[in-house]
Design a protein around this ligand. Structure first.
Ligand code: AMP
Ligand code: MG
Length: 419
């Protein structure tokens, strides 16, 4: 990672030294590969973790031919033009199979999920049958094999049911349980150390002095990391001085797979941060053609990957969702790292200058006619964290877009409740 680009500046919007969002994302993706550690975990522990090994089914689902209906099981060889009658010789419940062999001219009463008895291959639903307990008469046309769920119909023995790289969902846990699988092999959860930088920052519970603000970035970072099932190491606020920063970075590099810092990467206070990173590792400072969140530091310190995020609270969240989240997913072994993007009409006009990709904060909602719409959250300053709190999606505005009229179609990337 030898490449260094000039320090970010806030010059004009159209700057050809800028990386595009896609270029930056691609470079990060290309430099990362999944961690090598894995572990065997029980099913409940595996929720939200990423499969290291594919899961191959050791059995068939369903395990035996069974009835899809409450009704009567019969032999297809006995099907005749309706009406026709059969002798009712027994009953099968789910979990209590009929033990005998059903012979020609016979049938049994059968419940949903019960095993189809030997000799039978077809089920007639009870509503289509007249019965006096001894004999049943069928009035509706019957097709051979109807209303039977065949063994292995859903999953066959040896089928790959879940591929490596899959982050396990509640449905996956149920699926694995249905196959009798109690343990799976997953990637070890990532360890991420993070800290805020800035002499103006004050921790919660501390007295807010003159010229100070509370540190909010560590809380948004904590929340976004928690959504990814990560082991977090919160290193607190690091003051703006070389020695403290050096200790923090060395400590973080020793403890974590990934280090995240916020603040101190823009013009002004960036210089010593940059020196320190150059001394301890290989870190690139990128200017990305985006708003908010233009400067981003990315590289390696020791064995750990490092992301230096901007300080502004909205920029932190935008750069996290656009670059850090997909990077963490990749490191964690997940194969599906692409965000969900949908196209919807925007209720309000949007002002924008061509030049940078903008991530405006949006609210995705259903209007009175039940149609999906988006609106912006209002003022879009990169320090207005309330805009993120109100939002449930980003409105994605391409570099060359120079504003939109109300009703235009826009791409949105939902973030609330989706990872
Ligand atoms: P910086 O990138 O360090 O110049 O910070 C840019 C802006 O973000 C400044 O107004 C900082 O006070 C603010 N800021 C930086 N870090 C934090 C933080 N952890 N919580 C809240 N605001 C922050
Ligand atoms: Mg600062």
């Amino acid at each position: 990672m030898a490449e260094f680009t000039p320090q970010p500046s806030c010059a004009d919007d159209v700057d050809h030294n800028n990386l595009t969002v896609e270029q930056a994302r691609q470079r990060i993706h290309d430099l990362l590969s999944p961690i090598s550690s894995w572990q065997k975990v029980s099913l409940r522990q595996a929720l939200g973790q990423v499969l290291h090994q594919s899961v191959v089914s050791p059995r068939q689902v369903p395990p035996y031919n069974n009835s899809a209906m409450d009704g009567y099981a019969l032999r297809s060889a006995d099907i005749k033009n309706t009406p026709f009658s059969l002798n009712n010789v027994g009953v099968a419940f789910a979990g209590k199979p009929y033990q005998g062999h059903v012979e020609a001219g016979q049938c049994i009463r059968i419940m949903t999920g019960a095993k189809i008895p030997d000799g039978c291959d077809t089920v007639v639903m009870q509503e289509q049958v007249e019965s006096d307990n001894q004999t049943i008469t069928i009035h509706t046309e019957v097709k051979a094999g109807q209303n039977v769920r065949l063994a292995g119909e859903d999953i066959d023995c040896g089928d790959t049911v879940l591929p490596a790289g899959r982050r396990l969902t509640p449905a996956d846990l149920g699926l694995l349980a249905s196959l009798g699988i109690a343990e799976v092999v997953t990637y070890r959860p990532l360890r991420v150390a993070f800290f805020s930088t800035g002499d103006e920052l004050c921790g919660l519970g501390e007295h807010l002095g003159d010229g100070q603000i509370y540190d909010s970035n560590r809380y948004t970072l904590y929340g976004m990391l928690s959504e990814l099932n990560i082991d977090v190491i919160d290193m607190g606020v690091i003051p703006d001085n070389r020695a403290a920063l050096k200790i923090a970075l060395e400590q973080a590099a020793a403890d974590a797979d990934v280090i995240l810092s916020s603040g101190g990467v823009s013009v002004g206070d960036a210089d010593y941060v940059k020196d320190m990173l150059a001394e301890l590792g290989q870190v690139n400072f990128w200017k990305i053609a985006m708003r908010p969140g233009r400067p981003l530091a990315f590289g390696q310190i020791g064995e750990a990957m490092f992301f230096g995020l901007p300080g502004n609270p909205v920029s932190v969240m935008v750069t996290f969702y656009q670059f850090v989240q997909p990077a963490l997913k990749r490191l964690a072994g997940e194969s599906d790292t692409l965000p969900i993007i949908i196209e919807v009409p925007c209720d309000n006009a949007i002002k924008k200058r061509a030049g940078r990709f903008e991530f405006q904060r949006g609210i995705l909602f259903r209007n009175n006619e039940g149609q999906l719409r988006v609106s912006t959250t209002g003022a879009q300053g990169s320090g207005i964290l309330r805009s993120m709190s109100m939002a449930n999606c980003f409105i994605l505005l391409e570099e060359n877009c120079d504003g939109l009229s109300a009703g235009s179609l826009v791409n949105v990337q939902p973030f609330a409740g989706l990872v």
